[in-house]
Design a protein around this ligand. Structure first.
Ligand SMILES: *Cc1c(COP(=O)(O)O)cnc(C)c1O
Length: 389
């Protein structure tokens, strides 16, 4: 494929939401109803459907998948003096929420194959001050959930699952969110199910749900006609009815969306072929069919120096009109975290993957032809770069 030919094809982004006409109509209905937010019917309807989806567990919706985790930590009573263990290879929100509640983030490096937190290293990082752990299911791939909860049980730790990317993922046939401790999902625009911005938290019982509702809206409890009290410090984190209407529309198609994503992922493996890694030095993700929801399809590039990824992403875009992303740079190397004492060399797997990971296009509106186009472009760019000094 020549460069001129391939850039003639429309730009293929790495992610793009699909909002169907029924959903757009439902949002129009909300806008016309005059009841746009707080206490409107759509949020509670969405929470009800999510609760059914997660086996009847209590669910509350929020305006992001970040505040869900912050609130989960508050509900668990995590605060100053407590340590929370998580992975350095995630969106920075995962660690920021630990700082936000005044606790101390402790990182454990990732497993190079799954790219998720290494549970041996997690266990080794536990101290008498450890109160909670935040595992992340990167790209939608769960960790070993049996082992995770065995560790949590043995050391009496709370778990706040950062399942932001794992809506519809399963572990041994059980849906992520339908079991475990507190489980947080994000509905940010790139996620498999979106509300534009938003998130939900799956909780253990009604007491936790009531507390989460207080943290969601200024700590307020209402009673009777005009009774109001505030007994905890809450924020402004409620979901609008507009967002919930989008979510309700997305719930209707989520199973089809995830199934299509899986079939695109299968096609990626077929097109890359069994000798792709050996012939290029790049790594494909773990082929976790039947568990991952295929939120992202990420390859790890062969290391060709500090500009490896930028060069690759630029060539993919300029020569083939194919977009890509990187999820994520290692959190502990950000300035804010370096100021806390973290530095290079502490978590080498996360640092390497954080520098060389590339997210290829994968979204519902894509076709198998798009996958073939991406694989052709990736192989051509890698071959081209391999011949350069
Ligand atoms: C998207 C995401 C979040 C944050 O969700 P927002 O809804 O953007 O606040 C947290 N963790 C991970 C791993 C994510 O992918």
């Amino acid at each position: 494929m020549t460069a001129a030919l391939s850039t003639a094809l429309p730009f293929l982004p790495f992610s793009k939401p699909t909002i169907d006409e029924d959903t757009i109509a439902m949002v129009g209905d909300v806008l016309r109803s005059g009841w746009l937010t707080n206490g409107g019917p759509k949020v509670s309807q969405f929470e009800q459907q999510l609760s059914e989806y997660f086996g009847g567990r209590p669910v509350r919706c929020f305006n992001s998948g970040t505040c869900t985790m912050e609130i989960a930590l508050r509900v668990a009573g995590v605060g100053p003096g407590d340590e929370v263990i998580t992975t350095p290879l995630s969106w920075v929100a995962t660690a920021n929420v630990i700082l936000e509640v005044g606790a101390t983030p402790v990182f454990a490096d990732v497993d190079p194959v799954t790219r998720n937190i290494d549970l041996d290293k997690l266990e080794a990082a536990i101290t008498p001050r450890t109160r909670a752990i935040i595992p992340v299911y990167l790209a939608g791939l769960p960790v070993d959930m049996d082992r995770l909860y065995a560790i949590a049980g043995m050391h009496n730790l709370r778990v706040v699952e950062d399942a932001a990317q794992a809506f519809g993922s399963t572990w041994k046939g059980k849906r992520i969110g339908a079991f475990g401790d507190m489980v947080s999902f994000s509905f940010q625009v790139n996620k498999n199910l979106t509300t534009g911005e938003g998130g939900c938290l799956v909780l253990n019982n009604e007491d936790e749900a009531v507390l989460a509702e207080k943290y969601r809206l200024q700590g307020v409890t209402r009673s009777g006609v005009d009774g109001i009290d505030v007994d905890v410090l809450g924020g402004k984190y409620n979901m609008t009815d507009i967002a919930a209407a989008i979510g309700l529309g997305q719930m209707k198609t989520i199973d089809a969306v995830n199934a299509h994503r899986e079939s695109l992922a299968r096609h990626y493996y077929q097109c890359f072929g069994p000798d792709f890694a050996a012939s290029t030095g790049a790594q494909l993700p773990q082929p976790a069919f039947g568990s991952s929801n295929w939120h992202l399809f990420q390859i790890i590039l062969p290391d060709r120096g500090p500009t490896t990824r930028a060069d690759f992403m630029r060539a993919l875009k300029e020569q083939y009109n194919v977009g890509s992303g990187f999820h994520y740079a290692a959190i502990h190397l950000f300035t804010l975290y370096r100021k806390l004492g973290f530095h290079e060399g502490m978590f080498p797997e996360s640092e390497r993957i954080g520098r060389l990971t590339v997210t290829l296009p994968l979204f519902y509106a894509m076709t198998t032809l798009d996958v073939e186009r991406v694989v052709g472009a990736v192989k051509a760019v890698l071959a081209d770069q391999a011949t350069q000094p």
